[in-house]
Design a protein around this ligand. Structure first.
Ligand SMILES: [Mg+2]
Length: 273
């Protein structure tokens, strides 16, 4: 039995629309052709707020994505915690987007937090690690990590560099306490499930575009979401597929080629030219 065509797109950001402050090929075209179509951007990156991401796109010369349709791992973490930990008192370790998301659903409390939440970017040092491990060991605070990526791609002095991801930044907390964190971002299902709930669509009605086989593709396939890989980020053109990982439904060198393939396979998924 053939499946009905997808009605909505889920789209990763870093390595798909942009890399650092540089737009990737086809990004402007895709953003233009999402107008009026159901979609949700899903990113493991908890560093920036949706409004900051939208503003960064404009600064790169891209059409402005609607911040209401940008779901970061920080926002998903906050939504999940507001459900799981009524009366949330948190201690956050990471850059600003995490604090912004958590402050909307709970209160910051370094003395009596019931959740230690680790994100990405600046924030981890001897003092924050000490505070966090004492909250976990002494107060029974739960350890939450926005996303499991051990490394992420970034830019420094105009050069591409590898930066420590949340999976690496949360590791010292685990080493010191023996507590395994709850991970929210891809490939875990929570971020995807929240995006599907926001769209009001089942997994089978969506197609996910991402650049990482181990998070974007694996997580989507587990839920029954169709997948497309673009080789503009973590997984370069020409590299052999990773043994043991599910293959995507589409495998394109960049968004321009992917849009052409989607137009052939699913006319009407994107707004007509
Ligand atoms: Mg990515």
């Amino acid at each position: 039995m053939t499946r009905p065509p997808p009605q909505a797109l889920l789209i990763d950001l870093d390595g798909v629309l942009f890399q650092g402050d540089r737009p990737l090929p086809g990004a402007a075209r895709l953003l233009g052709r999402l107008a009026g179509r159901p979609h949700c951007f899903v990113t493991n990156n908890p560093i920036r707020t949706p409004e900051q991401i939208a503003a960064a796109c404009v600064a790169m010369g891209l059409p402005r994505p609607d911040p209401r349709y940008i779901l970061t791992s920080a926002l998903a973490t906050a939504r999940w915690l507001s459900r799981e930990r009524p009366g949330l008192r948190y201690f956050a370790v990471g850059a600003g987007g995490l604090e912004a998301a958590l402050s909307a659903v709970g209160s910051r409390d370094e003395r009596d937090a019931n959740a230690v939440v680790v994100g990405e970017g600046v924030g981890l040092d001897f003092a924050t690690l000490t505070t966090g491990i004492n909250l976990i060991l002494g107060r029974g605070a739960r350890l939450i990590a926005t996303n499991p990526d051990t490394t992420v791609d970034g830019m420094r002095d105009g050069q591409r560099v590898v930066l420590p991801g949340c999976g690496a930044l949360v590791a010292p907390f685990t080493a010191a306490t023996g507590v395994t964190p709850t991970f929210i971002g891809k490939p875990e299902p929570l971020l995807y499930e929240m995006a599907l709930a926001q769209l009001g669509l089942p997994a089978a009605a969506c197609l996910m575009i991402g650049d990482r086989p181990d998070t974007d593709i694996v997580g989507a396939v587990r839920l029954g979401i169709r997948t497309a890989l673009v080789r503009t980020g973590r997984f370069p053109p020409g590299r052999d597929w990773v043994a043991g990982l599910p293959r995507p439904d589409f495998d394109a060198p960049d968004l321009d080629r992917l849009i052409e393939a989607l137009d052939r396979a699913f006319p009407g998924l994107l707004t007509p030219l």
